[in-house]
Design a protein around this ligand. Structure first.
Ligand SMILES: Cc1ncc(COP(=O)(O)O)c(C=O)c1O
Length: 246
């Protein structure tokens, strides 16, 4: 009945079963900011929505210009280089459509963000993997990337889920030197509390500038505020959106 791309057999894993057994345990895998007890300035947010509701509707397929300009200022880039999507997953699906034909592949290091396998499968793209190695830290050796003539992109998750490891500048340079387009998922990049120059998040961009292909896309997420009208953690069940792809 369903297409091959949607044929999944996904029984609950051990973590899901344990969570169901212990509903009150502190869940360190919880990544939904609306359930993390964060205080949002709800009045200001509601006012901003009210102002926006009075403005004329001027759709732009790349995302509202004023939002892209604000983000560009924050990121120190040009609004023309930004494209806002509803989620990181949507950004991945756009990038796979842009870069690949069915049967092409993308390469990524493992342990990898588990959803990547499904996102690739939904676009009929093969996910090729290579192992990271742990030597005091998780190391990513670009020489091991299984690139072939159907490889259309290297996916870098920086910092990686689930290892939490950043991709260092030398590692990013080595990835860029392999000459395939880079999709850099930086949703957790702001958690780099070490501020080490060796793990600086924006390193993919200078690396790519030196890449003969010079192609890269960053996917980055900005947690959106809760819906106006929600006034407390108990009612903050809505999913955060407002992600951007750069
Ligand atoms: C590596 C990575 N990318 C992206 C996301 C978020 O995806 P989305 O914006 O589609 O919810 C997550 C969420 O856990 C993640 O771990």
């Amino acid at each position: 009945m369903f297409s091959r791309r949607a044929q999944w057999n996904a029984p609950p894993n051990r973590l899901a079963l344990a969570r169901a057994r212990h509903p009150h345990a502190l869940d360190l895998t919880e990544s939904n900011p609306t359930r993390a007890g964060i205080h949002y300035p709800l009045d200001e947010i509601s006012e901003a929505f009210a102002r926006a509701a009075r403005a004329p509707y001027e759709p732009d397929p790349r995302g509202i210009r004023s939002a892209r300009e604000t983000l560009a200022e924050h990121l120190g880039c040009d609004a023309e280089d930004l494209l806002i999507t509803a989620s990181t997953s949507e950004a991945y699906s756009f990038l796979f459509k842009l870069l690949t034909d069915p049967g092409d592949n993308v390469v990524t290091a493992i342990p990898a963000y588990p959803l990547l396998e499904h996102l690739a499968q939904m676009e009929q793209v093969e996910q090729r993997t290579f192992a990271m190695e742990f030597h005091k830290r998780w190391e990513l050796d670009a020489a091991r990337m299984p690139i072939d003539d159907r490889t259309r992109a290297a996916i870098v998750v920086n910092p990686n889920n689930p290892t939490g490891s950043y991709v260092t500048r030398p590692e990013q340079d080595a990835i860029a030197a392999r000459g395939v387009p880079i999709i850099s998922d930086e949703v957790f990049v702001d958690f780099d509390f070490s501020r080490s120059s060796d793990t600086r998040p924006s390193l993919v961009i200078p690396s790519v500038a030196r890449n003969p292909g010079g192609r890269a896309a960053r996917v980055k997420s900005v947690p959106a505020p809760p819906r106006p009208g929600c006034d407390g953690p108990a009612s903050r069940g809505t999913r955060a959106g407002g992600r951007r792809a750069t």
